[in-house]
Design a protein around this ligand. Sequence first.
Ligand SMILES: [Zn+2]
Length: 305
Amino acid sequence: MNKKRLGLYALLISMMSAMFLFFNVKTVNAMPVNDYIISNKIQPAAIQNREGTFNDWTPYENGVGKPEGIVIHETADNRASAEAEYTFFNNNWNTVQTYVHAVADDTEIINMHNTDYGVWGAGPTANAKFIQIELCRTHTGDAFARSIANDAFYAASKLIQYNLPDTPGVTVMSHHQTSIKWGETTHVDPDTYFPMWGYSMNEMNDMIGYYYNNLKNTGSVYGGNGTNSPSNTPATNNANTINVANSKGNFVPLVTFDSQGNAKNVPNRALANHSAWYTDMTKDANGVTYHRVSTNEWVSSAYIY
Ligand SMILES: [Zn+2]
């Protein structure tokens, strides 16, 4: 969380905690949050790679592309969406001396700094080791569950991307745990926020582990049968990074799929030549394999090198 906001919200947070505990709101729709996510096969959002303004390219202590795990934060801002946090961090990191790799809410996962390099989200020791993600606050049980699915999916995907084990407390730490272990910050997030939804860091670790094992063993967050395709054509989860270029033009075109599964060109957005994109799914349409790079934007394998 951001230092400046901590004081502003501390009183409100404690009042809300008391209120939620009083009403004993421990479940989403009378079901534990993880069970709600899994039984509804809530599909995590695609990880959008939207490089931000942060220009401190410090390698991790083990080198470029060698993170040792991930830190889970929450923003402590009751109103800010992932888009708002993305804007806030990119406009203010130099002033507030804080930046993270990614922000997630109930509808989006935005990766805003290349995870091969460190950021300024926790103390110097944790910053030299870990990828860091901020979870945004939501206001309904369903939205909270979706935000958790997105946060857990990002964490699991990054552990797999860097070939790291999923070890709670070691490769997955809350900001609070880094404060306890290294004593370089006093932040306790997300342990103030999670109890408002009857949730805990232990349950977050369970959710990350569920996705991690399924992605590792089957390539799908729900073990091969939980994919909600954006069209009628089945899509397959396939998490990796692709490099794209268009030898015949300055940009790599994108397509979107309509409800009938027909590919349509995206008129106002494209990918830069020789850019790297995280993709979480592939699908075939009219003999072409497409790779998903955002919620309903796909790039043809013809542009992958
Ligand atoms: Zn934090």
